[in-house]
Design a protein around this ligand. Structure first.
Ligand code: 1BN
Ligand code: ZN
Length: 442
């Protein structure tokens, strides 16, 4: 209402000035006319000079009108610039921090320490609890949901549940629940690890989905458990770890945009619309995600992971280097060929990352290609789980997380909070340069 009044009030003043400027222009029309000037008798020369003076006064008047026009629009211009800067600032501030982010290179002691804390027994215990058919809407699904939530709370993680209803083929309306666990809810930015905890519905087979994706869920819980102490010590850092257990990844009938990734679609939308002010800048929860690493189809012996995204290639290459270092240090069991390959895939695989990719969240898709023959068959069960491979991959991931979050105690590599001043183009810059803007315009 107020803005509307402000604009219409200003417009009426502008209209008045334009009418005045227009009438001035009208008095100039004779001069600018392309018609031949009439013959002037020498006795009339004096009156011609005074006419020129009058014209000079008139053009000064026009200039004055234009300046007052600009003056009147400065507050509106200011308001528009302010809004634009506010929006750009939000993305620039977090985006530039994420793009300039450097890992802390882990030492051999760091890798040895991480290897010593691997806990295959815990992974087996988690699988005992979640490796059951867990189709959305069934009692088993509810049990698995409660188990994952309970484990995360026991490990002192902050757990949010993103609950919603959606209509699906065959079953109609179902309740979905994404589990979002945050180690440090006060952090500015997050490295997100994600997997899905639902299992695919099959009419005629009992499908437990070990690699798809009970094992990735168990791996994430083991990461939460074994890194807990180090994460606790690094609570004052800018970047923290977030774990997302998506619900409803699987299609109920046929995979397609309307029958798949129900949980991921809802969470991406929700995080996009959850906005807050950081350093005076309006940011969404999605803006806070440095990168989303999606784990899928992991657990069988000797998988191969390719790089899918150019903008996260440097991080994929770091996974390769960590795997090589761990291999050279003999910290990987029964490791005869590399999992992470220095090759890019031309095609992409549809999965839970899509709604985040669409909203420009950087993605690492850790999914084995080619898919194993057991994929979406009754044979995707505990028999194909190779615990050495699972522990090896989780050790590589923990090395990566530890480097990304600067978890090592080494004081030399610690990231400072100075980027708040270095890379932001936000409200502070605007207020600093705003007087300059006035000066230039007036
Ligand atoms: C992965 C595991 N996906 C489902 N379970 C996603 C997918 C579906 C990938 C269809 C390719 C084809
Ligand atoms: Zn699947």
């Amino acid at each position: 209402m107020q803005i509307g009044f402000f604009i219409s009030h200003r417009l009426s003043i502008v209209r008045a000035v334009l009418v005045k400027a227009g009438s001035n222009c009208g008095s100039n029309r004779g001069l600018s006319s392309s018609k031949k000037p009439p013959f002037v008798h020498p006795s009339d020369r004096v009156s011609q000079t005074s006419k020129r003076n009058v014209n000079r006064v008139v053009s000064k008047h026009t200039l004055f009108s234009i300046i007052s026009l600009i003056k009147m629009y400065v507050p509106l211009l200011n308001f528009l610039l302010f809004s634009v800067i506010l929006r750009l600032g939000a993305t620039n501030f977090l985006k530039s921090a994420r793009e300039r982010h450097q890992n802390q290179v882990a030492s051999t002691e760091d890798f040895r320490y991480l290897a010593a804390s691997s806990d295959p027994n815990y992974i087996n215990k988690v699988l005992d609890n979640i490796l059951v058919p867990r189709v959305v809407g069934t009692p088993n699904h509810e049990k698995v949901f409660k188990y994952i939530k309970k484990e995360l709370r026991l490990l002192n993680w902050h757990v949010d549940v993103d609950e919603f209803m959606d209509k699906v083929p065959i079953f109609g309306n179902l309740k979905f629940k994404n589990i979002v666990a945050t180690h440090n809810p006060q952090a500015e930015r997050y490295l997100v690890l994600a997997c899905h905890y639902d299992s695919k519905y099959f009419k005629d087979i009992e499908f437990v989905g070990a690699i798809d994706s009970a094992v990735p869920c168990a791996m994430m819980l083991e990461i939460a458990k074994t890194l807990s102490q180090d994460l606790q010590k690094s609570k004052n850092k800018n970047v923290a770890l977030k774990l997302v257990f998506f619900d409803g990844e699987e299609a109920f009938e046929n995979w397609g945009p309307h029958d798949s990734i129900y949980g991921a679609k809802h969470l991406a939308r929700t995080l996009h619309s959850n906005r807050s002010l950081i350093n005076g800048e309006n940011v969404s929860e999605l803006d806070k995600i440095d990168m989303l690493a999606l784990l899928d189809l992991i657990g069988f012996r000797n998988p191969q992971f390719l790089n899918f995204f150019e903008n996260t290639k440097r991080w994929f290459l770091r996974l390769i280097e960590i795997e090589n270092t761990l291999h050279e240090m003999n910290l990987l069991k029964n490791h005869y060929s590399n999992y992470f390959l220095a090759r890019s895939s031309y095609g992409r695989i549809e999965d839970d990352h899509l709604p985040f990719l669409k909203r420009n969240v950087p993605i690492l898709h850790v999914i084995s290609t080619p898919f194993p023959p057991e994929w979406h068959t009754a044979k995707d069960n505990r028999d194909i789980v190779d615990m050495d491979t699972v522990v090896n991959i989780n050790l590589i991931l923990k090395g990566f997380i530890s480097e990304y979050l600067h978890l090592s105690d080494s004081p030399t590599n610690n990231e400072s909070k100075s980027h708040v001043l270095e890379g932001s183009y936000g409200i502070v810059d605007y207020l600093l340069y705003q007087p300059l803007l006035y000066y230039v315009l007036l």
